[in-house]
Design a protein around this ligand. Structure first.
Ligand SMILES: [Zn+2]
Length: 463
């Protein structure tokens, strides 16, 4: 058996693993490369994933960097099944639709530039029809249900606790009378976080392919972060001010809503109006709601008793642009969650423009902000920013909330691995920048006496 690394090898995007035996060929994840221009160029290397030769696809979860290249499979002839949990398939459908729209805008911009340079236009990576062709191929599976992906390859998914429906994948591969168990961690969630279950570890494996996004550091505690957030919101309520939260649609929005419901229930915060000002966050929240049987025990109680619904009666979904603009004349106190998560566009921009000059406004930064983004400038304490071609003074307070990550930190990753470590698996570290991978690999060596491998993009290993 061979495994080819088609992404997330030396970085954190483009997750895709090609598993090949003498009888079958399958993919685990088929993610999009995101970030700098060189990264997105990698999506165009079509020879790497020829849909026609594949027998099956298994997905760990619905984030773009794990599912974004799926339409390339149908474009190049794939007609086989795509297995994942139901919420993963629902999130993937939503995310692909959004990604297609963004790609169209981006391509238009790039081709205008190329026309000025007298260069031929770029073709779109894939079309709407390629996305539509995925629909009939999806096949939802439940956690812990065993299913055959292809001849000689069985799979089982378990909860990875990262976003709703997220999974680690266990493959049992039979070849020439030999059976091997291969575990793919997928993205692992933090331990002890509210709303979702903790990631489930494995007892035994021959090979573990493991993520290392935060292999070099630990997060601030979620509890401390939540307490700090509550104080900031309480102050904003006293000031009758707006709290602005730039959010990514999947995960953080739903975690914040759940934490707010808990604070309202315990009366540590009075109920205030909450606006979800992002069509995608609204849809993602609906997907969480439709699949709420996967919540953790405490959240299930909140759902079962009707408490969650009662506490969140003040939540308004702003789907239409007009509803978003109308929020400019709404008086505080209120909390507005809007995209994009790094303030690089989207509806959060007009809220910032109107409210950053107001000293009482509080901006809660709940996710990672890359260099060069407006979000990062705010985090770094900019006193004035330029948006829509005009200078906007920053008098609002900006608070970085470090503990709301949807990812396991270093100690969570080690805990998860410690359960499978006694079975002495061959250990392959992926999905991390080199510094995180190196640090984590060394820790695995020191703590469990296991050697690890760190493949590069395109590498093939033989098992
Ligand atoms: Zn993810």
């Amino acid at each position: 058996m061979k495994i080819r690394f088609l992404g997330a090898a030396g970085d954190v995007t483009g997750s895709a693993y090609h598993v090949m035996t003498d009888k079958a060929s399958i993919l685990v994840d088929c993610g999009f490369f995101q970030g700098r221009k060189e990264e997105s160029e990698k999506n165009r290397r079509k020879s790497q994933i020829e849909g026609g030769i594949l027998d099956g696809v298994v997905l760990t979860h619905g984030h773009l960097d794990h599912i974004g290249r799926l339409p390339l499979l149908t474009k190049y002839g794939y007609k086989g099944p795509i297995y994942a949990t139901k919420p993963t398939l629902e999130l993937a459908t939503m995310v692909l639709k959004d990604s297609l729209g963004l790609q169209k805008q981006d391509l238009k911009r790039q081709n205008q530039k190329r026309a000025r340079q007298k260069l031929p236009p770029l073709e779109p990576l894939f079309e709407e029809t390629d996305v539509r062709k995925l629909g009939p191929l999806v096949s939802p599976v439940k956690y812990k249900q065993r299913f055959q992906v292809a001849p000689g390859i069985e799979a089982r998914l378990v909860d990875a606790g990262h976003v709703i429906g997220s999974s680690s994948v266990e493959l049992t591969v039979s070849e020439n009378g030999d059976r091997k168990v291969i575990v793919f961690s997928g993205d692992l969630g933090p331990r002890g976080a509210p709303l979702l279950n903790d990631p489930e570890p494995f007892q035994k494996a021959d090979v573990v392919i493991m993520e290392s996004t935060y292999g070099d550091r630990n997060h601030r505690s979620l509890h401390e972060t939540a307490v700090e957030g509550r104080k900031i919101i309480a102050q904003a309520i006293r000031d009758k001010a707006k709290v602005l939260v730039p959010v990514f649609a999947i995960g953080r929005t739903q975690l914040l809503l759940y934490l707010l419901a808990g604070a309202f229930k315990r009366k540590t915060l009075p109920q205030i109006p909450i606006y979800i000002d992002s069509p995608m966050a609204i849809e993602a929240t609906n997907i969480y709601r439709r699949n709420n049987e996967l919540f953790d025990a405490e959240a299930l109680d909140m759902v079962g008793s009707g408490e969650l619904k009662r506490q969140l009666v003040g939540v308004r979904a702003c789907a239409k642009p007009g509803e978003s603009r109308a929020l400019n004349s709404v008086k505080g106190p209120c909390l507005i969650m809007a995209g994009s998560g790094m303030c690089t566009g989207g509806r959060i921009m007009h809220h910032l423009r109107h409210n950053l000059p107001i000293a009482e406004t509080a901006v809660l930064i709940v996710g990672f902000q890359s260099h060069g983004t407006l979000g990062r400038k705010l985090v770094d304490g900019a006193k004035e920013i330029t948006m829509f071609g005009e200078k906007v003074p920053v008098r609002a307070s900006v608070h970085t909330m470090g503990g709301f990550s949807a990812h396991a930190d270093q100690s969570n990753l080690l805990d998860w691995f410690s359960v499978v470590a006694p079975s002495k698996p061959r250990t392959i570290i992926t999905h991390g920048e080199d510094r995180a991978r190196d640090t984590f690999s060394k820790l695995i060596g020191a703590r469990f006496g296991l050697k690890t491998e760190q493949p590069q993009l395109g590498d093939v290993i033989e098992i």
